[in-house]
Design a binder for this molecule. Structure first.
Ligand SMILES: *Cc1c(COP(=O)(O)O)cnc(C)c1O
Length: 394
C-alpha cells in the first residue's frame, strides 16, 4: 500500500463525491475539528469563542480546548435536538464580536438547520463549522451534509456512518482555510515505524471485534472500554495511516449499503412510535419522525420510569439499545467552574431521557419484532399499573 497514492485516490473520490475544493484526512473527528478551529483563529485572531451544543459528543469541547479556544454553550431544542435558535440569537447579540465559530451538529445523522445559523451570522464575521461527524452520506435534498458550512468534518471512528476504526475527514471550499490546514498538516511528522506497527495491530484487533455483528454483544466487549464517554483533551493529531486509507477502498458502495439499511430501520422505528401514538396505545415523551434519513442511531425520549426497564431488558437480551451522552457539557467534571451559573435544561434532560435504538444493517426483522414487543410491553404494563394505582386510591 503506497500511502501517497492511497491518499490521492481517496482525495479525488471525496472531492468528486462532495464537490468540494479541499479535503484532508486525519486521525479522528476531534483532530479534524481542532485543525479547522486553529485555521479559523489564525484568520480571525481577535475572536476566541466557539459555540457548541450543550448536548453533544464530549470530544467536541475537547477539540475546542485543544485548539486553545473558549467553549461556549447553546442549549438544544427538544423537538429537533438542533441548537435552540432563540438562545443562539441572544448569544450572538451579546458577544458577537468575540465569537469565532458556531458548530451546528447533525446529531445521530439527523440534519441540523445550518441555513438558519447562516442567517443569524451573516455579515458578522462568525464562521460555521459543520459537525457532520455522524452524518457522512446524509443530505438535505441534493445538498450533502458536511458541505453546508464554511468547513465541515466527518468522523471515521467506531460506530459512525463509515469507519476506519479511527479517523476524520475535513471538507472546505474556503481556500484560505484549506491553505492553512495544508500548512498545519505539513508540520505533523509521521510516527516511528514502531508507532505505525502498533497502530496497525490495534486497528486489526478492533477491525475483528468491531464488526457490527458484535454490537449486539456490547457486554462481551467491555474489556475494550467501548461506548464509555469521557472527557479527554490530550489527544494527538495525526494523519490517517496507510492501513486506514486502505480500508476506505470502495467506501462509496459500502456507505450506500449501510445508509440504505439505516434509512429503512429509522423509518421502521418512526412508524412504530407514530402508530402506537395514533392508536393511543402508548406515548414516549418524544419520538423523531424520520423518513429517508440515514441516522446512525434512532433517538427516542422516554421518561426515567420507562428508560430503566427498557435498558435493563435490552442488556439482558442483547438488543443494543443504549443511552447517549452521560450529561450536558456544562456538567462535565473536568470543566466545572467554567460554566458557573449557566444552566442548559434541555441538554440536561436529554442526557437523562434519551435512548437510542440500533439501525445498522445487522438488525434483522426478528430483532426488530423482539425489540418492538419488549418496548410495547414495558410501556403498556407500566401504564396499566399506574391506572390501577389510581383506581385503588379512589
Ligand atoms: C464522534 C463524534 C465526534 C468526534 O469524532 P472522533 O472521531 O470520535 O474524534 C464529534 N462530534 C460528534 C457529534 C461525534 O459523534
Amino acid at each position: 500500500m503506497n500511502p501517497i497514492q492511497e491518499t490521492r485516490r481517496f482525495e479525488s473520490e471525496i472531492r468528486d463525491y462532495f464537490s468540494v475544493r479541499h479535503c484532508f484526512f486525519v486521525s479522528s473527528g476531534r483532530a479534524a475539528l481542532t485543525l479547522i478551529l486553529k485555521a479559523l483563529h489564525q484568520k480571525y485572531p481577535s475572536r476566541d469563542e466557539v459555540i457548541i451544543p450543550a448536548f453533544t459528543c464530549y470530544s467536541v469541547p475537547a477539540a475546542v480546548e485543544k485548539a486553545g479556544l473558549k467553549v461556549s454553550l447553546c442549549d438544544i431544542d427538544q423537538g429537533s435536538l438542533d441548537l435552540n435558535f432563540e438562545h443562539l440569537k441572544k448569544k450572538i447579540s451579546k458577544s458577537g464580536k468575540s465569537i469565532l465559530a458556531i458548530v451546528p451538529t447533525h446529531l445521530f445523522g439527523f440534519p441540523a438547520n445550518v441555513d438558519q445559523v447562516r442567517q443569524l451570522t451573516s455579515g458578522k464575521g462568525i464562521s460555521i463549522v459543520e459537525d457532520a461527524a455522524q452524518a457522512m452520506g446524509g443530505s438535505i435534498g441534493d445538498r450533502k451534509l458536511g458541505t453546508l458550512g464554511d468547513a465541515g468534518f466527518f468522523s471515521l471512528g467506531r460506530g459512525k456512518a463509515f469507519s476506519t476504526i479511527e479517523g476524520g475527514i475535513i471538507l472546505t471550499n474556503n481556500d484560505e482555510i484549506g491553505k492553512n490546514i495544508t500548512k498545519q498538516l505539513a508540520q505533523i511528522h509521521p510516527g516511528s515505524i514502531w508507532e505505525t506497527i502498533k497502530a496497525m495491530v490495534y486497528s486489526f484487533i478492533l477491525a475483528i471485534f468491531l464488526n457490527p455483528r458484535f454490537f449486539w454483544f456490547p457486554s462481551s466487549l467491555s474489556f475494550l472500554k467501548l461506548g464509555e464517554t469521557f472527557y479527554e483533551s490530550g489527544f494527538s493529531i495525526k494523519k490517517l495511516t496507510a492501513f486506514q486509507l486502505g480500508l476506505t477502498r470502495t467506501w462509496q458502495e459500502k456507505l450506500k449499503k449501510y445508509n440504505d439499511s439505516r434509512i429503512l430501520n429509522c423509518s421502521f422505528w418512526s412508524d412504530f412510535f407514530q402508530k402506537n401514538i395514533a392508536d393511543k396505545l402508548f406515548q414516549p415523551v418524544l419520538f423523531f419522525p424520520a423518513s429517508k434519513m440515514p441516522g446512525i442511531r434512532y433517538p427516542v425520549q422516554v421518561s426515567e420510569e420507562y428508560m430503566h426497564p427498557i435498558l435493563l431488558s435490552s442488556n439482558e437480551l442483547g438488543f443494543g439499545i443504549s443511552v447517549t451522552y452521560p450529561d450536558a457539557i456544562n456538567n462535565i467534571n473536568d470543566l466545572t467552574g467554567r460554566f458557573k451559573d449557566e444552566t442548559y435544561p434541555m441538554a440536561a434532560r436529554m442526557a437523562k431521557q434519551l435512548i437510542t435504538l440500533p439501525v445498522h444493517g445487522f438488525v434483522t426483522q426478528k430483532d426488530r419484532a423482539a425489540i418492538k414487543t419488549m418496548i410495547f410491553k414495558i410501556f403498556t404494563e407500566r401504564q396499566a399499573q399506574i391506572k390501577e394505582n389510581e383506581n385503588n386510591r379512589r
